[in-house]
Design a protein around this ligand. Structure first.
Ligand code: NAD
Ligand code: UDP
Length: 315
């Protein structure tokens, strides 16, 4: 049994991770400030005596005097709507927050996995994106608090690794979806599915030709665990994503077909610095941790549709 801390554990990805780690027999402590996370996501885990919750903001140092083997640092709003709500706070979470977690890892000897992002590639000029690509990021735009914050967090992880020997693992997550996303999350899959189910207009930003590659949550969690188990010297970064690429128009069609909805498509302005395309090169994950996605978007969509139907009280 390992002692594991999951920051952002009440959020979408964190709640699935907590469950999986508990299922494997570990002791799990969820640290969350509940900015975008919901108690509802982890409520049912509270009956487990190996699960604890600390209401805490990682921008503040965390006193933790129990043994600790692993830290998964997921705390950070991930949807553009939420990370742009208080950009300075987002940056602080990414820079001061990760520093606090790296200090904790250093004190306790725990290894730390950092939830980095495909956003470190910005609006990529290389397609698909391998880990060796350094990216094309606007340092002063409205997405910078997130993109540059996550890039700086990667730098801090590598400097703690080189200076203090902290074991770090960097995973660059590409657009991931699944149950426990909030109805008001603001990201594209939850928006389209909720709009389709409610019979509201489907909001396409720009002309819908921009692309993303969507990973189902259970595939991501499997990748996390495999990455955490790699030898201490291996830091990554490692892309975790599904290489199947979709335009937002195609995604909207798929959602309409899968929900049997007659919602109409409406076109709204494209947000500033919205990346035009994104697709992971997962050669490294395949060779290093024998990982690749197992679930197609068509199947994953049906699962998240079921989830939102229940949330919305639709039969
Ligand atoms: P989410 O918004 O559902 O979860 C984030 C969690 O972090 C929430 O529970 C929130 O309350 C918590 N949090 C935010 N700031 C905090 C702070 N200062 N202190 C403590 N807790 C804080 O988002 P998610 O999709 O679950 O993303 C989790 C992590 O994965 C994030 O770090 C995100 O950047 C990264 N990521 C996600 C995706 C994706 O597609 N879902 C892609 C790339 C990277
Ligand atoms: N998007 C959209 N309609 C929405 C929400 C998002 O067309 O209601 C677009 C958005 O402009 C982007 C893509 O979908 O091009 C993915 O957006 P999301 O916020 O999910 O993720 P990110 O841009 O961070 O990859």
């Amino acid at each position: 049994m390992k002692h594991i801390l999951v920051t952002g554990g009440a959020g979408f990805i964190g709640s699935h991770l907590c469950k999986r780690l508990l299922d494997e027999g570990n002791e799990v402590c969820c640290v969350d400030n509940f900015f975008t996370g919901k108690m509802q996501n982890i409520e049912y885990l509270r009956a487990n005596p190996r699960f604890t919750i600390i209401h805490h903001d990682i921008v503040q140092p965390l006193e933790f005097d129990q043994p600790l083997d692993e830290i998964y640092n997921l705390a950070c709003p991930a949807s553009p709507v939420h990370y742009q709500y208080n950009p300075i706070k987002t940056l602080q979470t990414n820079v001061i927050g990760i520093t606090n977690m790296l200090e904790l890892a250093y004190r306790t000897g725990a290894r730390l996995l950092q939830a980095s992002t495909s956003e470190v590639y910005g609006d990529p000029e290389l397609h698909p994106q391998p880990e060796r690509y350094w990216g094309n990021v606007n340092p002063i735009g409205i997405r910078s608090c997130y993109d540059e914050g996550k890039r700086c967090a990667e730098t801090l992880c590598m400097d703690y690794h080189r200076e203090y020997g902290v074991t770090v693992k960097l995973v660059r997550i590409f657009n991931t979806y699944g149950p426990n996303m909030s109805q008001n999350d603001g990201r594209v899959i939850s928006n389209f599915v909720v709009q389709a189910l409610k019979g509201e207009n489907i909001t396409i930003y720009g002309n819908g030709s921009q692309t993303r590659s969507f990973l189902y949550i259970s595939d991501l969690i499997e990748g996390f665990l495999r990455m955490m188990a790699t030898e201490a010297e291996f830091t990554g970064p490692m892309n975790l994503g599904n290489p199947r690429e979709f335009t937002m128009l195609r995604l909207a069609e798929l959602v309409l077909e899968s929900t049997h909805s007659s919602s109409k498509l409406v076109f709204e302005p494209l947000p500033q610095d919205d990346p035009r395309k994104r697709q992971p090169d997962i050669t490294l994950a395949k060779s290093k941790i024998a990982w690749e996605p197992t679930l197609f978007l068509e199947e994953g969509l049906l699962r998240i549709i079921d989830y939102f139907k229940k949330e919305l009280g639709i039969q």
